[in-house]
Design a protein around this ligand. Structure first.
Ligand code: 5GP
Length: 203
């Protein structure tokens, strides 16, 4: 048996398709879980509280930080985003591959706290494709959209800080690539020490 779950960061600019890719990955595998973040931004389109995010006030968010209930948090485009700690610990204890869909500052904090974390950067095929996806989403005004494109360039410049780069040319290809990473990471020696002793002790 694998020693415990694996923690995986998935970053990528707004509009890179993280939600869609993780949704498709969960359809394929029963050992994948995605952490639900807390945010102070307003819900967008069809987003539901407790499904896509926990939508909270700034004062509630600040209270959770003060109580040390957040694994990490960051400010992005004027709003707070963060990962509640307890559900992640629980999903890891149950042996899952737990994904944190977070931006680059949060990723940096998690790496410092959990050196074993695996990090993946989801790369759009081009800036033009990213802009088309953001426009297709039709959920931001022009100013917000332009701001997100500026942040996207800065984020993509930091992609080299990640363990893996996955191109999201098609959802299926991106999911295949991420599955390959999960499968290989699960075989790593550091995650299979009990397997060795089990074999030796059961001759
Ligand atoms: P959006 O507003 O497009 O849903 O998210 C904006 C950015 O915040 C995305 O890059 C998304 O991955 C990131 N994000 C979402 N949840 C969290 C979180 O819990 N922590 C951090 N650090 N970033 C997050």
């Amino acid at each position: 048996m694998i020693d415990s779950g694996i923690l995986i960061i998935l970053s990528g600019p707004s509009g890179s398709g993280k939600d869609t890719v993780l949704g498709a990955l969960m359809q394929r595998r029963s050992d994948v879980r995605v952490s639900i973040s807390m945010t102070t931004r307003e819900p967008r389109g069809q987003e539901l509280d407790g499904v896509h995010y926990y939508f909270v006030s700034r004062s509630y968010f600040e209270k959770k930080i003060a109580e040390d209930r957040m694994l990490e948090y960051a400010e992005y485009a004027g709003n707070f985003y963060g990962t509640p700690k307890d559900p992640v610990d629980e999903m890891l204890r149950a042996g899952n591959a737990v994904f944190l869909e977070i931006e680059v500052q949060g990723a940096e904090k998690i790496r410092q706290r959990y050196p074993d974390v695996i990090s993946i950067f989801l790369l759009p095929p081009s800036m033009a494709a990213l802009e088309a996806r953001l426009r297709g989403r039709n959920s931001e005004d022009e100013e917000t959209l332009q701001h997100r494109l500026v942040i996207a360039r800065e984020e993509i410049r930091r992609a080299a800080e990640y363990d893996y780069i996955v191109m999201n040319d098609t959802v299926e290809n991106a999911v295949d690539r991420i599955e390959t990473i999960i499968n290989a990471e699960k075989q790593k020696t550091c995650r299979n020490k009990t397997m060795i002793s089990e074999v030796i002790n059961n001759v």
